[in-house]
Design a protein around this ligand. Structure first.
Ligand SMILES: Cc1cc2nc3c(=O)[nH]c(=O)nc-3n(C[C@H](O)[C@H](O)[C@H](O)COP(=O)(O)OP(=O)(O)OC[C@H]3O[C@@H](n4cnc5c(N)ncnc54)[C@H](O)[C@@H]3O)c2cc1C
Length: 433
């Protein structure tokens, strides 16, 4: 490919802080809130005009990974900031759970409400400087440390300097930009993308009683042209409104999209809206209760389940997940099944034994790269099987909380140990297993 050289430029430093968090999805929110509550000054950078990542931008509609099934019912397996956020939504009537799903359970929530919750949570922390419309586009590395990140703004490049950085971009942008190690799963192993959509004006009672229970059968009978044979219609908390999770968005040859490639990203967005429109038409034409519904909108963004995965000090494996592994340096727990959106039209689930959960080691968020950089969320160091479980939103937020806590503590005291981190997380109400 032809290339041109970029002229050297200067970038105004718009913030100088203890901890810089790139990406305000579930992981970045957990990291920024935790770091600020540890007394650190924080700069949170988000490329969109709102926070939440897939929580809001992809309108996913359910929080997974919060619960483990006990004899007595479902118990939280992720606590701390994730529990605080979902309890806030629930107490406002904007979320409901646990709702049993296969052998596990989810929390249903309203994406719009989550946007406002995150606005409020971040604004309430005076130590957090939030920049929206702030795409991290470069990293300045000095020796073995990141000195600053460069943010693409409408006024050109600006910089944020910090002592520690958390890469919560979902795509490991900071790790990639700083020359750290990462991998991208090959076709057949990498999770596909989806475009969620919103249907309004359904007859809610009929839809719940007759439409949704019949959905899979109707797709099997008449939905041969749809890209997913499973999927779901998820009720929000507004009369007659449902989120459609019924698309699988691939490249034209069926391979998984690489969202870091502009051509594939553009194709994915356009194709996603096309598939959402087709799926919505199918629902309106075939599913009881949706006869009078209309397609209100698609999600703001194509939902990306997987892109770059960091290679860290430890690679969490599918065997760890299935075997309910224990680690001395645990920073959180996961119990969501391995959920694969990788081959054909179906979604495959591999459940953990009832009541079991695995731990996540601190080493899986420490990349082979700059020493003052941690990762959090779906780009952590995990193989494709482990990622199929750990990538969901509750553990992403918990891992973010651990990363932000470590970033704050290590800035204050370079001699901090994983045991100190664990103590702090327990003091914060996190569950480490
Ligand atoms: C269609 C779909 C359905 C899903 N369904 C569920 C579900 O029902 N329940 C569930 O719990 N999980 C679900 N997931 C998985 C879950 O949403 C994600 O794995 C989770 O959001 C990961 O959190 P994260 O913070 O690591 O990444 P993300 O949610 O992707 O957040 C990353 C954030 O970083 C920002 N960002 C990225 N690059 C930059 C940059 N260079 N500079 C600045 N900002 C940047 C992004 O805008 C985004 O806000 C689903 C995922 C998809 C795609």
């Amino acid at each position: 490919m032809a290339a041109i050289s970029l002229p050297a430029r200067r970038a105004d430093i718009v913030a100088e802080v203890d901890v810089c968090v790139a990406g305000a999805g579930p992981a970045g929110l957990g990291a920024a809130l935790a770091a600020a509550r540890q007394g650190a000054t924080v700069c949170l950078l988000e490329r969109h005009g709102f926070m939440g990542g897939n929580f809001t931008a992809a309108s996913v509609g359910t929080v997974c990974g919060l619960y483990v099934k006990e004899d007595s019912g479902f118990e939280y397996v992720v606590r701390g900031i994730a529990e605080e956020m979902v309890e806030a939504l629930t107490s406002n009537g904007q979320a409901m759970g646990p709702v049993p799903f296969q052998e596990s359970a989810v929390l249903l929530y309203l994406p719009w409400a989550a946007k406002r919750l995150f606005d409020h949570a971040v604004s309430s922390e005076e130590r957090i400087t939030l920049f929206l419309h702030a795409l991290v586009s470069e990293v300045i590395v000095e020796g073995d440390r990141i000195e600053a990140v460069v943010v693409a703004s409408k006024r050109g490049p600006v910089a944020v300097r910090a002592a520690s950085f958390v890469d919560a971009t979902g795509d490991a942008d900071l790790v990639a930009f700083s020359g750290g190690e990462w991998v991208m799963g090959e076709a057949g192993r990498r999770q596909h993308a989806s475009m969620q959509f919103v249907l309004q004006h359904a007859a809610g009672d009929v839809a719940m009683a007759r439409g949704i229970p019949a959905l899979s059968g109707l797709i099997a009978e008449r939905g041969g042209s749809l890209t997913r044979d499973g999927g779901a219609l998820i009720p929000t908390f507004r009369p007659g409104e449902f989120i459609g999770a019924m698309t699988r968005v691939t490249n034209p040859d069926g391979s998984p999209l690489d969202i870091t490639d502009l051509t594939q990203a553009t194709w994915g967005e356009l194709r996603g809206r096309e598939l959402a429109e087709e799926a919505a038409r199918f629902v309106i034409d075939n599913v009881p209760g949706f006869e009078g519904a209309f397609l209100a909108d698609t999600a703001p963004n194509l939902g990306i389940r997987e892109s770059r995965r960091v290679v860290g000090k430890y690679v969490l494996t599918g065997d760890d997940v299935r075997g309910a592994a224990r680690f001395d340096d645990s920073i959180g727990a996961g119990a969501w099944p391995l959920e694969y959106h990788v081959v054909g039209r179906s979604t495959q689930y591999v459940h953990l034994p009832p009541g079991e959960y695995y731990q996540v080691p601190f080493r899986s968020i420490v990349p082979e790269g700059p020493v003052n950089l941690l990762v959090a969320g779906r780009c952590l160091s995990a193989d494709p099987d482990a990622l199929a479980s750990i990538r969901v939103m509750a553990p992403s937020m918990a891992i973010g909380q651990a990363a932000g806590t470590w970033a704050a503590m290590s800035t204050r005291d370079p001699g901090v140990t994983p045991a100190d981190l664990q103590q702090s997380l327990r003091d914060q109400g996190a569950f480490l297993g």
